[in-house]
Design a protein. Structure first.
Length: 201
């Protein structure tokens, strides 16, 4: 559901600061170098960057000229897996090397985003044999507006319908969000297990 033109949304997302995520150049370069060294020390990922000095020069030049740099797909894959490995609260993190990375960083429209999200859910469901999947969308960059943003708290969450007797059919935590979607024209079946639509603004 594309609600980009809706003006009555109770779910106002904070405007992304043009400086969101921006670090000092030296700090960014230090972190980039530490990441490269970590990758080079990994028994598997080291083969993905056989020429660390050359890659390091590329990163420094890009940071100096743009204030940031873009990971290669291999760097993105390693970074996502390492982030999961270090997520202490996740009981599934021991399977970090099995994580599938879907690169959606070129996505620049709601329609493309919907396609990527659909692919993500299908890949993760995997015919009933749940797979570990992450889809990475474009990061915030200085001076650039996001072409879309997603309001949903989760990709799959169930609606909550207010009943005449004051009770809720479905997820009580989703009542306000469900009300909003209904007002915008969503016609979900009123059941206890009705998935909410994806709302993008």
């Amino acid at each position: 559901m594309n609600l980009a033109d809706a003006h009555t949304s109770p779910f106002q997302l904070p405007k992304t600061s043009p400086l969101a995520g921006v670090k000092g150049l030296e700090s960014l370069k230090q972190e980039a170098r530490a990441f490269l060294d970590l990758m080079a020390a990994d028994s598997v990922a080291s083969a993905w960057i056989p020429d660390v000095p050359t890659r390091w020069r590329q990163i420094k030049q890009e940071v100096q000229s743009t204030g940031t740099y873009t990971h290669t797909f291999k760097e993105l894959s390693f970074g996502a897996r390492i982030a999961w490995r270090h997520s202490n609260r996740c009981i599934g993190r021991h399977f970090w090397r099995t994580l599938q990375i879907h690169d959606a960083r070129s996505c620049n429209s709601v329609e493309e985003a919907y396609g990527h999200l659909t692919n993500h859910v299908n890949a993760a469901f995997n015919g009933g044999k749940i797979a570990n999947v992450i889809t990475v969308f474009p990061p915030a960059r200085p001076g650039m507006e996001h072409p879309w943003r997603m309001v949903n708290h989760q990709l799959i969450r169930y609606a909550g319908f207010r009943q005449a007797d004051g009770t809720t059919l479905g997820d009580p935590d989703s009542v306000d969000f469900t009300d909003y979607c209904l007002k915008q024209g969503w016609q979900g079946r009123e059941t206890a297990w009705t998935p909410l639509p994806w709302v993008m603004v």
